[in-house]
Design a protein around this ligand. Structure first.
Ligand code: GRF
Length: 196
């Protein structure tokens, strides 16, 4: 990026978009000096698409031809084309329930990050809070990491610890982890924007 224009984000998600909400709040409060270029989803009707629209981002839903898991090449190509046309500098996966593949990784080398609700390398994949509870852990947390070809395997960028409390259920623990995510993710994005 040249430094003459704003640092632009692309956010991909499949659901509620509370992390996108935290990003938008930080932008509005001028804590996060970035622009939201595009918000993309694989799920029609995902709440995060409404949030993106209200924030002035280009929003698109592309339903992959594969039912779950890996993105098909054609869908990846479409996502990348939109992100490129919106001059996105950093791609943020925030609750995107798909595995990105080689087209995406080649288009944005070390420029795709993901937020995950555990202290990686513990509890990759789904239901991380429930897994931490089942293991009897007293401390869990969240991680922002670079995305690579695996599931939650990329290099760790930053983590935040969250205590497990007596009486926690997977839902109460997940909610506490999400509060930490909402601080951690905007702060990591700010670091990327500052180093461009
Ligand atoms: C977050 O807990 C994130 O760690 C995981 O998916 C969830 C997305 O939540 N990858 P939201 O859609 O941002 O509310």
């Amino acid at each position: 990026m040249s430094g003459h224009r704003a640092f632009r984000l692309g956010v991909l998600g499949s659901g509620r978009g509370s992390n996108l909400e935290a990003i938008c709040r930080a932008i509005d409060e001028r804590i996060l000096p970035v622009e939201l270029g595009a918000v993309l989803s694989d799920q029609p009707g995902a709440r995060l698409l409404d949030l993106g629209r209200r924030h002035g981002a280009r929003t698109e839903c592309i339903v992959p031809t594969t039912p779950r898991g890996r993105l098909d090449a054609e869908t990846e190509g479409k996502f990348v084309e939109i992100l490129r046309s919106e001059n996105v500098d950093l791609v943020v996966l925030a609750g995107f329930m798909r595995i990105v593949g080689p087209i995406f990784l080649a288009a944005y080398p070390r420029r795709i990050i993901n937020i995950h609700p555990s202290l990686l390398p513990k509890y990759r994949g789904a239901n991380a809070a429930a897994q931490a509870l089942a293991a009897g852990d007293q401390m869990t947390g969240c991680t922002v990491h670079y995305v690579d070809a695996g599931v939650d395997t990329g290099e760790i960028i930053a983590q935040r610890e969250v205590p497990v409390e007596p009486g926690d259920t997977p839902d109460t623990l997940q909610a506490r982890i999400q509060k930490a995510e909402h601080e951690l993710l905007p702060s990591v994005i700010a670091t990327f924007a500052a180093h461009e």
